[in-house]
Design a protein. Structure first.
Length: 241
């Protein structure tokens, strides 16, 4: 397979952030593939929503459909079992003794991006795209740009070529993430993300809110709802991509 000049591999969980990142990549790159990771997460329903988001995006935006390539699912449940966190076991979602949320899976983004770089190499893709964010995040140290810069350097050294890690949401609030979605695809993309993406840590898709499906009480739902409410209160603005 010949290398694409601007091809990208999107770390795609099926959540709000990665769905916006997928749209962002499709607006910029001539070929885009996606990769998901099954690490034994309690909210595994997000994995089933990945196909729904991709299909809806291809249907709603034909110009993006032509650029949307293969999807890949990697089974790394053995890694998820190591951490024994609230994301992978029936534990309370709370702040742990080390000051980090019990939902923090140690090394998750480092592992995801290392696997993604190896896959991108085989698929002839140039860039990696992830939804990591320092502005409105849950206290995860592997979401910081400094962490990703260090990993980017290590991947380049260890694999013999550069792997740019693109993080379009890094400095955006959750409200601004909704603004970016509107800037990328208008209200159609906003509604698509509301209806099809999944963020709730408890995997609840029975309760529909203005911002999407979820329990409404876990940290992921609270952050998503807070961002939605702030965006709506500000008049639902858009950020030019």
């Amino acid at each position: 397979m010949s290398s694409s000049p601007t091809g990208a591999l999107v770390l795609f969980s099926g959540g709000q952030d990665s769905s916006v990142c997928l749209a962002w990549a499709l607006a910029r790159h001539d070929r885009v593939e996606t990769v998901g990771f099954d690490y034994g997460q309690r909210h595994a329903v997000e994995l089933s929503q990945r196909g729904a988001v991709r299909a809806a995006m291809a249907k709603a935006f034909p110009e993006w459909a032509a650029r949307l390539g293969d999807d890949h699912m990697l089974d790394i449940r053995s890694f998820g079992a190591i951490g024994e966190t609230a994301m992978t076991t029936e534990r309370a979602i709370e702040v742990a003794e080390n000051g980090l949320p019990s939902t923090f899976v140690p090394g998750r983004n480092l592992v995801f991006l290392t696997y993604a770089a190896a896959l991108a190499d085989r698929r002839g893709l140039k860039s990696l795209v992830g939804g990591m964010c320092e502005t409105d995040f849950s206290g995860y140290p592997d979401c910081r740009r400094d962490t990703l810069d260090a990993l980017q350097a290590a991947l380049g050294l260890g694999m013999g070529r550069d792997y740019p890690i693109e993080t379009p949401l890094m400095w955006l609030t959750k409200a601004e993430t909704w603004s970016l979605a509107k800037g990328l695809g208008g209200e159609a993309l906003v509604e698509l993300i509301v209806e099809h993406s999944h963020t709730c840590y408890l995997g609840d898709r029975k309760h529909r809110h203005a911002w999407g499906y979820g329990c409404g009480a876990c940290p992921a739902c609270e952050l998503r709802a807070k961002g939605w409410d702030a965006w709506v209160a500000d008049g639902r603005p858009e950020i030019a991509p």
